[in-house]
Each structure stands twice: as C-alpha cells, then as structure tokens.
Write a protein that binds this ligand. Structure first.
Ligand SMILES: Cc1cc2nc3c(=O)[nH]c(=O)nc-3n(C[C@H](O)[C@H](O)[C@H](O)COP(=O)(O)O)c2cc1C
Ligand SMILES: Nc1ncnc2c1ncn2[C@@H]1O[C@H](COP(=O)(O)OP(=O)(O)O)[C@@H](O)[C@H]1O
Length: 304
C-alpha cells in the first residue's frame, strides 16, 4: 500500500477507483464498501484508492475535537489488510470545505487524482455545505463517464451501522454490541505512564495508559479486557474513570494484567475492551476497594 500526502496541485500517476470518507474505526459497513472498491477496481484493471482527510472533517466543520474509534495507524493497517493499493491523505481545510462540489469532482478527483470510478455509501455528502450528494455524483458520472457505485446501508440488529452509532455505544458501555459492529474489539493504543504507586502496594499493580489519540471515552467502570505488550496478549481487569475512592479527578485508564509481573513503564500497549462488568464506585476505604478489585479479577478468571 502506498501513501501520498496531496495538495490541490497534486497530479497522480495512475488511474484509480476511489472511496471517499473518514472511515473512522473501519467498521463492518466500511468493510463492505472497501471490499466492493477493491473487487471492482481489480476487475477493471485500476488501482483501488482512498481519499482520507488527515483531520476528521467534523473537527473543521463543527470546530470540535472529534472523539475517535481508531488512530491513523490502526486505520491504515485495516486498509492494507483489505487490499487497498493507495491512500491519498489530504489536509481538510477551509479551502476544501468551501469548494464547489462540481469543482471538487471534475477538477480535483477526475483531473488531479485521475479517478475512473467512485465508491460511496448511501448517505455520503461532500463539498460546500454538503451540497455534493449522490444525485449530483450520478449526473457528473454520466457527463464525465466515470463509474459510480453506491453502497446500500449495512443493517445489524435493526440498526444502520455507523461510526457515530458505535461511538455512542462505547459511551454507554455497550461494548459487546460496539465490538460486533466494529468487527473486532475496540482497542485503545497508548503508552504506560506512572500512577500513584498504590496498586502494587495493594497487590494489584495497574498499567496506567496515556492514549495515543483522542479516543471516544468508554462509560466509566470496570471492563474485562486484553492487553498486548511486547507482542504478547494478556487478559486484564481494566478500570476507566476518576478513581473516586482516592482522587476523583482527571481521567484514568488502567489495566491490571493477569499473571504478569514485569515492569512496563514507557512501553506502547494495546488495550482491547471485551465486556463492561460494573460501574466505577466510591468505596468507604481502600480495603473495600481492593476486595472489590479482587472480586472483579476473580470474575474474569472464572470466564477463562
Ligand atoms: C479492576 C479494577 C477496578 C477498579 N475499580 C475502582 C472503583 O470502583 N473505584 C475506584 O475509585 N477505583 C477503582 N479502581 C482504581 C484503583 O483506585 C486504582 O487502581 C488504585 O488506586 C491504584 O492506582 P495506581 O495505579 O495509580 O497506583 C479500580 C482498578 C482496577 C484495576
Ligand atoms: N500485573 C500487572 N499489571 C499491570 N502492571 C504491572 C503488572 N505487574 C507489574 N506491573 C508494573 O507495575 C506498574 C504499576 O504498578 P502501580 O503500583 O500500580 O504503579 P503506578 O501507580 O505507577 O501505575 C505498571 O506500570 C507495570 O510497569
């Protein structure tokens, strides 16, 4: 897979089929679309490509920091596995936001990126004030003779699968359904940082995780989980919240790895959430907190 950072003057070398979108999380509906892209591109002897805006479009349009399901690193690994040949990364800025959709298609996609086919989801909108829609794409594809594939909504448990829906499920603690719609377990990548050093003293050391990006924050509470560190996967009891028994401030994501005794400060780790076990609680004293932590760990062990 090749990655190109492009600006408005970029000229592509090869003719491509292209998919447009943010693809946050690369969930099961994204996969349906991307697999169609790869299949159609191969059948017609074009490379498959994706135009991805480096900063999530909502950050610019709504001036908010969009919470995410995946980092670019995670996203690109999935795209490579699916068989995408080229990623075009582009800055999403005011210029592209206010660009007339016809100019975006006819000048940027068709001339600069040499697009011969477009694959999009049923509700895709683009260009100035989202005036670019499927109707317009259909007209332009007839006029300019490029192929257009519109993917029907993917429905699971009666719901249209979307990144927004999955983010809201994670926020509600419905991690089992979120994982089903993602097609894999929601994973926070980050680095192990120092905590209060209380865990080890009480027999339950926890790796405190500083996330790599602005992930969607799961509902506060305790999760059955796995942690990958140094290429190995361990089962873990994870708490996400503010540690109300002890400090009640900030956001802490911390995992106690089962049957593990190494020092891992500063290491990159991948935390995958499997099941929400209980809400985070404020205990009267530290002994009560740690007997509950023991019960959480025992519950996870009972599932193994
Ligand atoms: C499985 C598990 C469950 C936890 N549940 C709670 C909780 O309900 N309430 C709370 O205040 N802290 C909870 N914690 C966080 C502990 O307060 C924290 O791990 C402890 O203070 C040690 O922190 P340290 O790693 O900074 O030393 C939990 C931690 C783990 C590993
Ligand atoms: N089973 C384990 N799970 C998580 N971390 C462990 C484990 N065993 C050892 N460690 C190490 O101990 C550290 C956590 O100990 P702890 O007393 O909770 O310190 P801190 O408050 O700095 O997180 C981890 O960052 C890791 O380096």
């Amino acid at each position: 897979m090749e990655i190109f950072t492009v600006d408005n003057n970029f000229k592509a070398k090869e003719e491509v089929y292209i998919a447009l979108g943010n693809f946050d999380g690369v969930h099961i509906a994204h996969r349906v679309l991307l697999e169609k892209l790869v299949k159609e591109a191969r059948a017609n002897n074009f490379k498959s490509s994706i135009l991805i805006f480096k900063n999530h479009t909502k950050n610019i349009v709504f001036k908010q920091e969009q919470k995410l399901l995946s980092s670019n690193e995670q996203k690109y690994r999935f795209l490579e596995e699916i068989g995408i040949d080229i990623i075009y990364e582009k800055e999403f800025n005011n210029e592209i936001m206010t660009m007339d959709p016809i100019i975006f298609i006819e000048d940027f996609l068709l001339k600069n990126l040499k697009v011969k086919g477009v694959v999009i989801g049923f509700d895709y909108k683009f260009g100035y004030k989202a005036r670019g829609n499927i109707e317009l794409l259909k007209k332009l594809s007839l006029k300019n003779q490029f192929d257009l594939f519109v993917i029907d909504p993917v429905i699971e448990d009666g719901m249209v699968v979307s990144s927004t829906l999955i983010r809201s499920l994670i926020k509600k603690g419905d991690i089992i359904l979120a994982n089903k719609l993602l097609g894999y377990n929601f994973t926070i990548r980050g680095t192990v940082i120092n905590g209060k050093k209380l865990g080890k003293k009480m027999g339950y050391p926890t790796a405190n995780i500083k996330p790599d990006i602005n992930y969607e924050i799961p509902k506060f509470g305790v999760y059955d989980s796995t942690v990958e560190v140094d290429g190995k996967i361990y089962r873990a009891a994870t708490n996400i919240g503010k540690n109300p028994t002890i400090e009640n401030s900030g956001l802490r994501i911390e995992a106690h790895l089962l049957d593990f005794h190494k020092e891992i400060y500063g290491k990159p780790i991948k935390l995958s959430l499997l099941e929400f076990i209980r809400e985070e609680m404020s205990f009267d004293n530290i002994d009560d907190l740690f007997s509950q932590i023991k019960a959480d760990v025992d519950y996870i062990k009972s599932k193994l």
